[in-house]
Ligand binder design. Structure first.
Ligand code: AMP
Length: 145
């Protein structure tokens, strides 16, 4: 799917936002829902999903984007405190040729460790207990301004 097209209300993140599909939640408020990626590229891979129904970053309103970016920062700081990674990758893919597979805008927070290679984008499914454990550790470190 290119940058053109219609928002599909049946995409998987829309279903998660509506509560029609489960997720391992890390944080939520009126602007975003953040949960663990079930095919993590590294342990502690979190997705921050704005509630605004936009397919990609370019379709977001300025206000929703500002709110989302602040939450990416708050949650990244919690990931740093909880997991003590050596670095953190924050990414957003707009359009299938850019690597987007779910067409509701979202931001990846991926902790990186020195010398550790990333798993493929959307590869093996994580152990659910491990995801819940990581989500609890990260959630416990979120500090709101
Ligand atoms: P993107 O390629 O940027 O669209 O990323 C979509 C991400 O969503 C991938 O990293 C997938 O592993 C992840 N993903 C897909 N389905 C689910 C799901 N049901 N719960 C959590 N993460 C998911």
């Amino acid at each position: 799917m290119s940058l053109e097209g219609q928002y599909d209300t049946e995409n998987i993140f829309a279903k998660i936002l509506r509560g029609d599909m489960p997720c391992v939640k890390v944080y939520e408020d009126e602007q975003v829902l953040a949960f663990m990626d079930i095919f993590p590229q590294a342990p502690g891979h979190v997705l921050v999903v704005p509630r605004e129904p936009a397919r990609n970053l370019l379709e977001m309103t300025d206000g929703a984007l500002q709110g989302a970016m602040l939450r990416v920062k708050w949650i990244s700081k919690a990931v740093k405190k909880a997991l003590a990674p050596d670095g953190i990758v924050m990414t957003q893919f707009s359009g299938a040729p850019a690597g987007q597979t779910v067409f509701h805008v979202h931001f990846h927070i991926i902790p990186r460790r020195e010398g550790e290679t990333l798993s493929g984008h959307g590869s093996g499914q994580a152990d659910m207990d491990e995801l819940k454990n990581l989500a609890g550790k990260i959630a416990a470190e979120i500090e709101l301004p």
